[in-house]
Ligand binder design. Structure first.
Ligand SMILES: [Zn+2]
Length: 372
């Protein structure tokens, strides 16, 4: 990964370059933002820059032995730690070949993507105390190439309390030229004592146009479909890729959306309750993608209603439904729907009881739809 390969984030890249060139690199950094905003891509490009023997003004050279090793994720001074399923392994090292395969394919993946890749059963991975011993051991080693030592911790919010406490001291007083880069989509879940020892770096949402361009170039997606997917990904490239890779799920989201709208239109409370059961059985990540999908469909309905079919970005099956449904989404209820879904997204991220949340959502939807 080079800076030039990072999607968007130009300002942040400029900031990281300035920091690297100044020679005063903060020894503990916390990249805050969803994986799909590019936290790992940025961390890798930044690591390359720090380790490169002949960096240019804007990127790693790509030719020195450090760069070649970083390209293969085999640089002795670049360490990576990531959550693992404790029943499979206590530390990252045993799963590194799998991790490497995933990262080399593309550093744009979510913790959930990594979990699925590692384990069919999708058990919850953590960073445990065995790992924290390894972190301390590795970072205490002398730098192989005499320069920086970099430790990237992916999904640092999965550090359990025990592991967090073990790395506090080394974070506070790290050996010379050591850089910790912690990545987190949920920094509130990181121990305050860890956060206070790191410099916060806010990684922001991508623009829809940046996501669309990536989908067209890397996934050979047609422009109008790429625009459609990008418009409901909410600045998160991983969300866009999840929808794209998972054709089946898109059908699931579409059916769920149609079911919600039909049952709330008919005021069919039994069906609404069944719907809430069905959605709350999905994983949290899929629930979030469903919300983004529903937002997209509601906006498209409004567009179809007011501006006509030239202005919408829908697949044929989506259009079939939306054509009949769109008169029920108007200026009288679109804001209510958006606020409801935004709030739901927020609460899902904070582990709300989703059965209650989706039941309430279906009742709200029933009220809103009859306000059109
Ligand atoms: Zn280089």
């Amino acid at each position: 990964m080079f800076f030039k390969d990072v999607v968007g984030q130009k300002e942040l890249i400029a900031h990281l370059l300035t920091e690297a060139k100044s020679g005063k690199v903060a020894h503990g950094q916390l990249f805050m933002g969803n994986e799909g905003y590019g936290t790992l891509a940025l961390a890798l490009a930044f690591s390359r820059y720090l380790l490169c023997e002949r960096p240019t003004v804007q990127d790693g050279c790509g030719q020195c032995s450090s760069c070649l090793q970083v390209s293969e994720l085999q640089h002795p001074d670049l360490h990576m730690v990531f959550p693992v399923i404790q029943a499979m392994s206590k530390t990252s090292d045993n799963l590194f070949p799998k991790w490497r395969e995933m990262v080399l394919e593309s550093p744009y993946f979510s913790l959930f993507d990594w979990t699925k890749f590692m384990d069919d059963k999708e058990r919850t991975p953590i960073i445990g105390s065995e790992e924290s011993k390894e972190i301390v051991r590795k970072i205490s080693l002398k730098s192989f190439q005499g320069g920086y030592k970099v430790m990237i911790i992916f999904a640092a919010d999965q550090l359990n309390a025990h592991a967090s406490n073990k790395i506090l001291k080394i974070l506070e007083e790290p050996p010379l030229q050591t850089v910790f880069i912690l990545l987190s989509s949920n920094p509130q879940a990181i121990l305050t004592t860890i956060r206070s020892r790191t410099q916060s770096v806010q990684v922001t949402r991508l623009q829809a146009v940046e996501i669309s361009r990536y989908l067209q170039k890397e996934c050979k997606m047609e422009a109008n479909i790429a625009d459609g997917v990008a418009s409901f990904a909410d600045g998160d490239l991983c969300a866009a890729l999840a929808v794209m890779k998972d054709g089946e799920s898109t059908a699931v989201y579409r059916e769920l959306f149609i079911k919600l709208m039909r049952s709330s239109y008919k005021k069919d409370v039994i069906q609404m309750m069944n719907w809430a059961d069905e959605v709350s059985a999905l994983t949290k990540e899929r629930q979030k993608v469903f919300i983004l999908y529903a937002l997209h469909m509601l906006r498209q309905s409004l567009m179809l209603n007011y501006l006509g079919s030239d202005h919408v970005r829908l697949t044929a099956q989506e259009f079939d439904f939306t054509e009949k449904f769109s008169p029920y989404i108007t200026g009288n209820n679109i804001r209510l729907f958006i606020e409801e879904l935004d709030a739901a997204y927020y609460h899902i991220e904070r582990n709300a009881n989703t059965k209650i949340l989706f039941t309430q959502m279906s009742f709200q939807s029933m009220r809103f739809i009859h306000r059109a």
